[in-house]
Design a binder for this molecule. Structure first.
Ligand SMILES: Cc1cc2nc3c(=O)[nH]c(=O)nc-3n(C[C@H](O)[C@H](O)[C@H](O)COP(=O)(O)OP(=O)(O)OC[C@H]3O[C@@H](n4cnc5c(N)ncnc54)[C@H](O)[C@@H]3O)c2cc1C
Length: 440
């Protein structure tokens, strides 16, 4: 396609989108308000970047489709790859999951490193220009068509397509309203999630032979979670936190005490053995938020949003980067069908994005409503779904077969209907009705 596409934001959604558009536009300009680090360091514009980011297996596949060889490159540059069934110590419902191969490999890397590797790839595209230290403050155009962006310096950049990938704090509502357009209805679910993260030096024996660990609380009485991930540079990223947490641990003493309060000692043991490489960093995530662009009856040509600007999920489920990458790919498919982003194409894209968001949103929000403190629009049938998912969860801890099915759905590799196959239901109810997982 002739012409320029502008991408607002060089985060995960923006980089995937830039790659998609580089195959379809003569020129792509990516604008970010941050100074972008040369290596994999956390940055101000992405305050979550210091915290653990699990890239779902489906997300890595999606990104590797855009950036061939990405998975191997990440490993060459220090990421850890391991089987989810044998590498991840998973404590849930009062016990550790039985170790058995799942046939599903997770690649663990820090968020800044993942972003840096992808940014390097995008920067080598001859028709992509990444401009850092520039903030978009408005759109140009009319209620019928967006024609470009205005920077806070007053500079304007004309574009045939503007894609807002500016993340959770996107100002697209204001920008659309300034053009006389309606703004999308918003769903907000208060989950009171908080995390504190600290990085440690990784040796060989701090995690009892496991490659990573997760301690998951059992709602509604347990709220505290723990996470240990191997990241590049022979480091462990250790996070503690959970749902409806107040106060969030903010110093070494409260961080360590919190780790010791978890029902499995694996996180506290690692902390007692490993050398810390920095201070604990707290983060609060009060609500999941979804903007329903697909409901709008008036959309301008030449403008869409991708990533957290559309839906910002509870980070505990690790879905945001994967859904952002999937939406970027969906945008490319819409462009191929329509030839350009007309209002009809934008509608088509938002419908596709809504379809991608529906399952992970329901999965995350449904689980969050297992806590009575969770507030907001509650999906229908949550009580029954959570009743079943608890049994399935208990059963998955002892049945490698059910664990594989569950992981496939949780990693967005398989549809949720897999969990409702008669053989799966029968086994989940048989094994999941008892706490020890033994059939009655
Ligand atoms: C604590 C935490 C942990 C998380 N853990 C996971 C996880 O385990 N797995 C997972 O998949 N997801 C996780 N997420 C979600 C993930 O971070 C997001 O889904 C993902 O970053 C979305 O990418 P994005 O491009 O939409 O936004 P971002 O990556 O946030 O990028 C937005 C970019 O836009 C730029 N920007 C903003 N406004 C402007 C402007 N006006 N002009 C120019 N530039 C602008 C910013 O500087 C930034 O670079 C987590 C989130 C949090 C908060």
């Amino acid at each position: 396609m002739d012409g320029t596409a502008v991408v607002i934001g060089a985060g995960m959604g923006g980089l995937a989108t830039a790659r998609v558009l580089s195959r379809r536009y003569a020129q792509v300009v990516v604008l970010d308000r941050d100074t972008l680090p040369a290596g994999g360091e956390p940055r101000r514009g992405v305050p979550q970047s210091a915290h653990g980011h699990i890239l779902l297996i489906s997300g890595l596949r999606e990104l590797a489709g855009l950036f061939p060889g990405l998975d191997d490159e990440l490993v060459e540059r220090g990421a850890s790859r391991f089987d989810l069934g044998t590498g991840l110590c998973n404590y849930r419902f009062g016990r550790r999951r039985i170790s058995a191969p799942a046939g599903q490999d997770l690649t663990s890397v820090s968020r800044p490193q993942l972003e840096a590797v992808i940014r390097e790839r995008v920067a080598t595209e001859p028709n992509v220009k990444i401009r850092e230290g520039v903030t978009v403050s408005a759109l140009t155009g009319t209620a019928t068509a967006v024609t470009g962006v205005v920077l806070d310096t007053g500079e304007t950049i004309a574009a045939g397509l503007v894609v807002d990938c500016s993340g959770r704090s996107s100002r697209s509502d204001r920008w659309l309203a300034e053009l006389g357009l309606p703004t999308p209805r918003q769903l907000e679910v208060e989950i009171g999630v908080a995390y504190t993260t600290r990085v440690y030096r990784r040796g060989s024996d701090e995690l009892e032979g496991w490659r990573a660990a997760i301690v998951v609380p059992e709602p509604p009485h347990e709220k505290r979670a723990g996470l240990v991930l191997p990241i590049e540079g022979d480091r462990w990223l250790v996070a503690v936190g959970g749902w409806h947490i107040d106060p969030v641990p903010s110093d070494v003493a409260s961080f360590e005490a919190y780790a010791r309060s978890l029902p499995d000692p694996i996180v506290a043991n690692l902390i007692s053995r490993a050398e810390p490489l920095g201070e604990p960093v707290p983060y609060r995530f009060r609500s999941s938020r979804r903007r329903l662009f697909e409901e709008l009856d008036r959309l301008p040509a030449g403008y869409v949003t991708v990533g957290d600007a559309v839906c910002s999920f509870n980070p505990i489920y690790g879905q945001g980067m994967t859904v952002a990458a999937m939406a970027a790919v969906a945008l490319g498919e819409v462009l191929d069908r329509h030839g350009s982003v007309t209002a009809a194409a934008a509608r088509d894209y938002y419908r596709a994005a809504a379809g991608l968001i529906a399952v992970p949103w329901r999965f995350a929000v449904g689980n969050d409503f297992a806590y009575p403190e969770t507030a907001g629009p509650r999906p229908r049938g949550v009580g029954l779904t959570n009743w079943y998912s608890k049994r399935l969860g208990i059963a998955s801890q002892v049945s490698p077969e059910l664990s594989r099915v569950y992981l496939g759905v949780q990693q967005l590799l398989a549809p949720p209907s897999e969990l409702l196959k008669p053989s799966v239901i029968a086994k989940a109810l048989r094994l999941g009705g008892r706490r020890d997982g033994r059939a009655s």
